[in-house]
Design a protein around this ligand. Sequence first.
Ligand SMILES: [Zn+2]
Length: 435
Amino acid sequence: MGVLKGEDEVVELCSDLIRIDSTNAGDNAGPGERAAAEYVAEKLAEVGLSPRILERDSRRANVVARIEGTDPGRDALLVHGHLDVVPFNAGDWRHHPLSGEVAEGCVWGRGAVDMKDMDAMILAVVRQRLSEGRRPARDVVLAFTADEEAGGTYGAHWLTEEYAGLFEGCTEAIGEVGGFSVSIDEARRLYLIEAAEKGIAWMKLTAKGRAGHGSMLNDDNAVTELAEAVGRLGRHEWPVRLTPTVRAFLEEASAALSVEFDPEDAEATVAKLGPLARMIGAVLRNTVNPTMLSAGYKANVIPQTATAHVDGRFLPGYEEEFFATVDELLGPNVAREFVYHDIAVETSFEGPLVRAMAASLEAEDPGGRAVPYTLSGGTDLKAFSRLGIRGFGFAPLKLPADLDFSGMFHGVDERVPVDSLKFGVRVLDRFLDQC
Ligand SMILES: [Zn+2]
């Protein structure tokens, strides 16, 4: 095989991956990631790597491969992307979500931004570099995971528990939901690099009371008890807590937009940030949103039990405060249990890796500036961080000013500009030279 050009290959790789159905509906349902994993493994094997396909359950495949660096004394870098995508309703889309069609300058389909775009960029840059014989200085471990969209039970969490040895020597990582541009004006863009993630607490709440006839007096009604507790949680005004990453972001964004930053009134600052307000509003504080309610089976029967689900998210460093407040709001008569619970993560926005990300972005976009931000959701990084790895969201894309990028995650008409993919390949190539 001759020399491969990443910028030429990346669109086809992205389209191919989108055409492979790896929908993840949760609860181990769906076609699985096996076909996508085999595709990725073949592309890596073609340039001399020895990828391993690892499955916890039939068709729930992950791929891990290691590129040996030229300097064995250096710590390894993990580069990770997930292979699964969320479900879709094809009738709502302008181009079929499994078409991978290239139209209007974009690659269309489910996964085009979350995150088969980055998977394709990783493959493209690795294939080019290895076909040219350009190995990075440090070992680079590539991990393409299953099941990120349902919490990583068959993916990153399982891999890090059962195959920690594959990540030996990894101290730092890059992955998804960061590195994309937000336009300030024609000439200037901020590139948001994820340096922190909120933690997750999906909880089931249960109130137990005395069952009985709906016509009689009942001072121990489970539905009343639960409804009041859910109301208290949903209406609670959580205090603003400025974590180091959120503070750094507000300082940078305020300066770029010539807005005054008042740390004592962060909300007022956020309100002046325009489109950025939607992204950053949720990371000023812990949150709880009630999402499901269930009780009863007949209008004149008081049930013994009432349940609800809530989606809680806590900031790095504020988990204890979060649960203390939740328990206080629930009161003694409502029990909670976890449906899903995962940690918050945060790392400092400094050091050689951060400088390498910033420099490679700014070399390809002189009007760009890298800034750290906090993701209100979660990624596979949570699992990898348990191995002591500090990670960043860095899937570099220079985006047109008018593209509603954050609205495209799990959204309809998900698409990524072709030029953005090629930009990402060039940035990642520079980054691997410097990291
Ligand atoms: Zn994702």
